[in-house]
Ligand binder design. Structure first.
Ligand code: HEC
Length: 198
């Protein structure tokens, strides 16, 4: 068939319905499904708002960074206590850490961690070494609720209003997740910028 022999030649859309469908499927990999855990009007539940504050206070965004919630573009690896002898090696050397996964759309992709050893988000957070192990069970539930309500775009300011719940106030800086909110707003701005520039 004309046009298909050189894979890097002219655009191939329209030549094969099956390949067009495959291309649409592959192109969908950077979109994320809506979360069924949100409120009816698409906002964060109260639990998730409390979880957003914990996410900020625990500095989860030092690795799950920016508007895609991962520092992967920086090419860094981290060991958050999940590496095992069975985790494998890097080519030509030991495995010193893992690429940070995004948390967008994470509600839809259990089981979790590189080896699938955590059946739920709560189980991820209960593992020592990841920064959430000192939370109470209730707080871990709130943090998991927030994670379950992450979709393709970070929640906006209106989704995470400033009402302090008091539940996370124990000496970790009492009130507002200013850092997170700034990052959220910054993230949304960057996203708009990048989608308008493509
Ligand atoms: C030091 C960097 C770092 C910090 C800080 C960090 N994470 Fe992670 N996170 C990782 C890495 C690396 C993985 C992959 C671990 C694995 O697959 O074994 C991960 C995996 C996860 C996963 C599982 C995702 C999946 O698809 O399997 C969740 C959920 C998660 N982190 C939530 C959090 C939360 C909530 C916080 C804050 C309490 C946090 N992380 C703090 C680096 C970090």
């Amino acid at each position: 068939m004309d046009g298909v022999e050189d894979p890097l030649g002219a655009p191939k859309a329209g030549l094969s319905p099956r390949l067009d469908a495959l291309a649409a499927y592959v192109a969908s990999f950077d979109t994320f499904p809506r979360s069924p855990y949100r409120t009816e009007d698409g906002g964060l539940t109260e639990d998730a708002q409390a979880g957003a504050r914990l996410f900020d206070e625990l500095d989860c965004m030092s690795c799950h960074a920016g508007d895609i919630l991962t520092d992967s573009p920086e090419g860094v690896r981290h060991d958050v206590g999940t590496l095992q002898a069975t985790s494998g090696q890097r080519i030509g050397g030991p495995l010193d850490g893992l690429d940070t996964p995004t948390l967008l759309g994470v509600w839809a992709t259990p089981p979790y961690l590189h080896d699938g050893s955590a059946p739920t988000l709560e189980a991820v957070l209960a593992r020592p070494g990841h920064g959430a192990e000192d939370l109470t069970e209730e707080e871990r539930g709130q943090l998991a609720s927030f994670l379950r309500q992450l979709e393709g775009e970070l929640p906006t300011l209106e989704d995470a209003p400033e009402t302090p719940c008091g539940c996370a106030a124990r000496g970790r800086g009492a009130s507002l997740p200013v850092g997170l909110l700034l990052l959220l707003v910054g993230g949304l701005r960057r996203r708009r910028y990048s989608s308008s520039s493509t």
